[in-house]
Design a protein around this ligand. Structure first.
Ligand code: TXA
Ligand code: MG
Length: 319
């Protein structure tokens, strides 16, 4: 595995051709880092699952360059999905649509739908565009962490997660820290109205304002979104929510909350955006420091705060 910093055009070209020949390339997006593979290359996708340690029936998001890709990968696209794509792509939003024959079972976990996203990070977009110009159709990319662990928001976090599982020809592209910090909003667009499957920076209110339709709530039992399993987004440390931190614990809390004596402050965000941006790095830091317990004071409010609480509740320790 090679880590490439300060990505040049030449590096993007060779990363795209590495993908075309079946290698894995981790790359930055504005949400979290993804571990990319050619979405049409069955053995590359098999290795992607193996590298993540992820069950093969969990579908992958296909990363595309524009609305054109949506027409190739999906069929029976409702008008409101096109409206959402026009309003929020490139951006932190994944649309689940009925799949075309391009989306094979090894991408969709055998489901009749496919998840599509146009990411907003310049390196991601450059990579996808170059990959398409080399004859590719889309880059499948789950978050670049081992199954169940915290998503990486820096290239060094990807290295820490996956270096022992990647092969010598695989690549990690360093595009700096992710600007959003939590995974994309996932919206099921296979029914008469949008249904939010995973909360993120594109909020239900934004979806409603864009489409003029009521955004429905998901029924987690009925869908296969690995982020909706319990014990996800988890560091090794126990995450305790909204309790008083004891000496030796880590603490993640808004900046106006003081740090009690003997407590290790991991993050003190002054805005909800900063909270999202720093959260996963702070959870990782807890493990690097070998802390046993991290206390997290959850942010109040809706929008991005609700997405943060959703992740925290899944990462929290439940007896
Ligand atoms: O922000 C993100 O979405 C990041 C970046 C790299 O794009 N990707 C990401 O991928 O979070 P992943 O695989 O870690 O999480 C994607 C979630 C999974 O829980 C998967 O089950 C769900 O999306 N998903 C993908 N395709 C789906 C489909 N057709 N129907 C329902 N859920 C789907
Ligand atoms: Mg993930």
């Amino acid at each position: 595995m090679t880590l490439l910093s300060l990505c040049t055009t030449e590096m993007i070209i060779s990363a795209a051709s590495a993908l075309r020949s079946g290698q894995l390339v981790a790359f930055p997006t504005e949400t979290v880092y993804g571990l990319g593979a050619d979405a049409s290359h069955q053995s590359a996708i098999a290795r992607l699952y193996e590298t993540k340690g992820r069950p093969a029936d969990h579908p992958l998001i296909v990363h595309i360059a524009s609305l054109d890709g949506m027409g190739e990968w999906a069929r029976d696209i409702p008008e409101y999905a096109i409206t959402l794509a026009r309003d929020f792509w490139p951006g932190p939003m994944t649309l689940v649509l009925k799949r075309s024959e391009l989306a094979q079972d090894f991408i969709t976990g055998g489901q009749d739908t496919v998840g599509l996203r146009v990411p907003a990070h310049p390196i991601a977009l450059a990579l996808i565009k170059e990959f398409i110009s080399q004859g590719g159709a889309g880059i499948a990319a789950p978050s670049a962490n081992r199954f169940g662990a915290v998503s990486p928001t820096t290239a060094s976090a990807v290295e820490e997660e996956l270096s022992q599982y990647l092969l010598p020809n695989d690549l990690i592209l360093d595009g700096g820290p992710c600007l959003v910090g939590v995974e994309s909003t996932i919206i099921d667009c296979t029914g008469p109205a949008p249904m939010i499957l995973r909360l993120g920076a594109i909020t239900p209110l934004m979806v409603e304002e864009s489409t003029g339709l009521l955004a429905l709530e998901s029924n987690p039992a009925a869908i296969r979104v690995s982020g909706s399993l319990n014990s996800h987004y988890s560091p090794k440390a126990k995450v305790l929510l909204d309790v008083v931190a004891q000496s030796g614990d880590g603490l993640i809390a808004p900046d106006q909350i003081p740090t009690p004596n003997g407590v290790v402050r991991l993050s003190a965000p002054s805005s909800i955006e900063e909270y999202a941006r720093e959260l996963y790095l702070a959870l990782r830091k807890a493990d690097q420091l070998g802390l046993e317990v991290v206390v997290v004071l959850q942010p109040g409010g809706d929008g991005l705060a609700a997405a943060i609480r959703d992740r925290l509740q899944r990462s929290a320790f439940i007896e």
